[in-house]
Design a protein around this ligand. Structure first.
Ligand code: IMP
Ligand code: MG
Length: 180
């Protein structure tokens, strides 16, 4: 495992994002909707960098069921999303990879009737996007490596790491055989 972005760099960038988002949503009724589980740490840090009042909700989306690069069908659970009537939504995810997840989720959340839906991701992977989709806010561009930490997992492990690390091919292969 190799550290790609350390705790300090993440903290600085999330603070910058919070300032920009706070300015952009000034005087708007904002609800941040985090995509479980990967956005959990990002959500917790970003919300405390926002100087404007806002509500927090979550939804659940999962497509990576063990397999690393091949995403299965997307399972979406909207039951935990609070009432969005009269609200502007900022949909928050950990990483933009192919773009499939966020493109789908924006449509799903729009159907719940908010005033607007914008998106923020901490990471965007270069050269992987297959669905045309432009997030409104993003933290870092990263190369096409599998990353873990700061909420991101491999087989549900490593989410607790305070930094972002890339897994090398051997670690990915070991994980595929079951890391437990
Ligand atoms: P997309 O639909 O291909 O854009 O994938 C987005 C989702 O895939 C994210 O919410 C992550 O859960 C997962 N994902 C994509 N790349 C990585 C990675 O490098 N590490 C951990 N999870 C990833
Ligand atoms: Mg995820």
């Amino acid at each position: 495992m190799r550290i790609l972005i350390n705790e300090n760099e993440i903290g600085k960038r999330v603070a910058e994002m919070g300032q920009r988002i706070g300015r952009d949503f000034q005087d708007q009724r904002l609800t941040i909707v985090g995509v479980l589980t990967g956005s959990l740490v990002f959500l917790a840090d970003l919300t405390r960098q926002l100087a404007i009042p806002h509500r927090i909700g979550v939804l659940q989306a999962s497509s990576y069921r063990g397999a690393m690069t091949v995403a299965g069908p997307l399972h979406v659970n909207l039951e935990l999303v609070p009432d969005l009537e009269g609200r502007h939504v900022l949909l928050l995810d950990d990483i933009l990879d192919t773009g499939q997840t966020l493109a789908t989720l924006v449509d799903e959340v729009r159907r719940l009737g908010p005033l607007s839906v914008r998106t923020a991701v901490l990471l965007r992977k270069i050269g992987r996007q297959s669905v045309p989709f432009e997030p409104n806010y993003w933290g870092f561009e990263i190369p096409d490596v599998f990353v873990v930490g700061y909420g991101l997992d491999y087989h549900d492990e490593h989410r607790h790491l305070p930094y972002l690390a890339g897994l090398d091919a051997a670690e990915v292969a070991a994980g595929a055989e079951g890391i437990r």
